[in-house]
Design a binder for this molecule. Structure first.
Ligand code: ZN
Length: 99
């Protein structure tokens, strides 16, 4: 249960509209769901950067390109790990919010 921000009556957690004052609560629900697509975007970007990095270091047999590719792959990996952390955090928030 949560409180309606408009009339302070107790309403269901999943409610998108208050049954007492008919106020729309969709905006709050949207804020919650935008966390995952953001993390997902970050995950895909990180994956793409890492793949490009791995590709560069695999086609160049050493030298500056290899170093550049290795650095790029490492940076991409970090972004992917961070995105995973965001995803886990989001899921954890969802689990702990539900009663
Ligand atoms: Zn209300």
């Amino acid at each position: 249960m949560k409180k309606c921000p408009y009339c302070a009556e107790e309403i269901q957690e999943e409610a998108i509209k208050c049954k007492y004052c008919q106020s729309s609560l969709v905006k709050q629900a949207e804020n919650k769901t935008t966390a995952l697509p953001k993390g997902l975007q970050l995950f895909l970007i990180g994956l793409a950067v890492a793949l490009v990095g791995y590709y560069f270091s695999s086609i160049s047999g050493g030298g500056i390109l290899d170093m550049l590719g290795g650095g790029l792959a490492m940076a991409g990996d970090l972004v992917v790990v961070y995105a995973c952390y965001l995803g886990v955090k989001y899921l954890w928030q969802k689990v702990t919010n539900k009663k």
